[in-house]
Write a protein that binds this ligand. Structure first.
Ligand SMILES: [Zn+2]
Length: 240
């Protein structure tokens, strides 16, 4: 139904359209993921200015068109400039955005995911470090129907030593299941414990850089398997 709606949203990405416009992918609080045209946004005197930069939280008025929506007004609510001004935070925010973009369907309200993304960006802006991305990833997967099993073996339910991680079986696996399951990766039991900690605690968890890197890779592998698409921005994350 054509008409105008008000909402707030976080800019996930933008792509050029024609000479002066952009298509902006927004993750909105009430309408879920939305793609909308920002007309004239690439002109120097654009009324949008920096309001539609990636990771910005904006208040929006959007005209709902037949195919694409059009942004008629945008106001900065939170700029998250501290995220854009630092390379490590920027690449982390890109990983967070790409995951949300690839995991959320269009036009489906997902308030908990929206709240999680805001908390994740705030944690990055506050300099909470390298565990923010894996903590965000494991929480998002859990919230989106891909909860990884981390306490018992996802293959045989044994409470044995968990030394593997299987995307196909849905979480940590014991040494026996790891040996049988070709697609499973090897991972130390303390890494599995770290995944559990990242899932259950607030952002800003302290962890060894090597362990953080390994759990981030494990989550990338797990997410890519379930989403059936690559998470390219994870390749830009610092390698500890
Ligand atoms: Zn097992």
């Amino acid at each position: 139904m054509p008409g105008t709606y008000k909402d707030e949203g976080i800019v996930l990405k933008t792509i050029k359209l024609g000479e002066a416009d952009r298509i902006v992918t927004l993750f909105t609080r009430d309408h879920g993921k939305v793609r909308a045209v920002a007309k004239g946004v690439r002109k120097t005197k654009s009324r949008f200015g920096a309001r539609l930069e990636p990771f910005t939280r904006t208040g929006l008025i959007v005209y709902r068109g037949r195919s694409l929506d059009t942004i008629t007004s945008a106001d900065i609510l939170t700029s998250f400039h501290a995220v854009r001004d630092d390379y490590n935070r920027l690449t982390a925010a890109a990983a967070v955005s790409e995951m949300v973009d690839k995991i959320t369907p269009e036009r489906e309200r997902a308030r908990s995911t929206y709240a999680l993304m805001l908390a994740g960006l705030q944690a990055l802006a506050d300099g909470k470090g390298a565990t923010v991305v894996p903590a965000f990833a494991v929480k998002l997967l859990s919230l989106s129907g891909y909860h990884p099993q981390l306490e018992l073996c996802a293959g045989c339910e044994a409470a044995a030593r968990l030394g593997g991680f299987s995307a196909e079986l849905g979480g940590a696996v014991c040494d026996d299941c790891w040996r049988e399951e070709r697609g499973a990766m090897r991972i130390e039991p303390d890494r599995i414990a770290l995944l559990g900690r990242l899932l259950s605690s607030d952002f800003g968890c302290e962890a060894d850089p090597r362990a953080t890197l390994e759990v981030t890779q494990a989550l990338k592998f797990y997410a890519e398997y379930h989403l059936e698409r690559p998470l390219r921005s994870f390749g830009l994350l610092p390698v500890a």
